[in-house]
Design a protein around this ligand. Structure first.
Ligand code: MBD
Ligand code: FE
Length: 285
């Protein structure tokens, strides 16, 4: 998968995100086994909601044509994954959370890349020799619902750098940078050494950024770490961790923060920021 050679544009990161999505989700994965009844029910409700907005807001022909143009641009810019993950995924996650008993989750977003380097805990995420950003140590334990350690649990971690850019979706960042599958020890303990990421800004030069600017919104997500936490026999957790006091924490454009997910790292004697977090896995259904 070549995802590194893109210009620093919305089109570059959008094309990468679309390409990765297609490569990691087969058509049958998503659309294969949906009954006509379900499609009828959901698609009809969706269209009804659109019709209702048009009537309520007196949407005009010229606004309709502008919307059509913009939707075409979203597709051509490869921004469907970005747009949907920013504005819709948090509600999908809310619905999924209704049946979840382990740790609190959050959205996946568009920038996960599978098959990263596996590193045993205590682990250091792959980083450039001169990687910018405050050194950060996240340590904790993966446990089951009874509080027993889950040995060998995997923490698939990815996050933006000190400039808010993700490897694979911005130019000049080495493949796999600030991404790894960290393997907890036999008692479920883990330690992850990395750097504190910066907030993320949606590219302002693409259709998603155009909408945000046209509406007078802001384009920022607070700084965050992404994680999948998983072990055989357990339901996988998709989550994010944020930083107390960080910018945009109370106004995430993707509405994906939760109070339980906010870290408050403190400087240790080694000069690095330290934080702890435990993950609770429930059995797979
Ligand atoms: C991100 O980094 C992200 O986490 C989400 C959810 C959407 C866009 C960019
Ligand atoms: Fe992100």
């Amino acid at each position: 998968m070549t995802t590194t050679e893109h210009s620093p544009t919305a089109a570059g990161s959008g094309a990468s995100a679309s390409q990765v999505f297609r490569a990691t989700h087969s058509a049958t994965d998503t659309a294969g086994e949906v009954s006509a009844e379900r499609v009828d029910d959901v698609a009809r409700a969706l269209l009804r909601a659109v019709h209702e907005v048009i009537r309520e807001k007196n949407v005009t022909y010229s606004e309709f044509q502008a919307a059509k143009q913009w939707l075409m641009d979203v597709g051509e810019g490869g921004e469907w994954p970005l747009l949907l993950d920013v504005f819709v995924e948090h509600v999908i996650e809310d619905v999924a959370a209704r049946t979840q008993n382990g740790s609190v989750g959050s959205i996946q977003g568009p920038y996960y890349l599978p098959e990263q380097r596996r590193v045993d805990s205590p682990a250091t995420l792959p980083a450039r020799p001169d990687e910018k950003g405050e050194p950060l140590v996240l340590a904790g334990r993966v446990v089951d619902l009874d509080g027993n350690g889950v040995g060998g649990a995997e923490l698939d971690v990815w996050h933006a750098d000190d400039q808010g850019y993700y490897s694979g979706f911005a130019p000049d960042i080495p493949e796999g940078n600030l991404r790894a599958v960290v393997v907890a020890d036999e008692a479920g303990w883990f330690e992850i050494n990395t750097v504190r990421p910066a907030p993320y800004q949606i590219p302002t030069d693409g259709p998603t950024g155009n909408l945000i600017a046209a509406a007078g919104w802001h384009a920022w997500r607070p700084a965050h770490l992404h994680l999948f936490v998983q072990a055989p026999g357990y339901r996988r957790i998709t989550t994010q961790l944020y930083f107390a006091g960080g910018d945009w924490l109370d106004s995430d454009v993707a509405e994906a923060t939760k109070p339980e997910l906010v870290l408050d790292p403190q400087p240790g004697e080694d000069g690095r920021l330290h934080s702890t977090y435990d993950f609770v896995l429930e059995p797979a259904s």
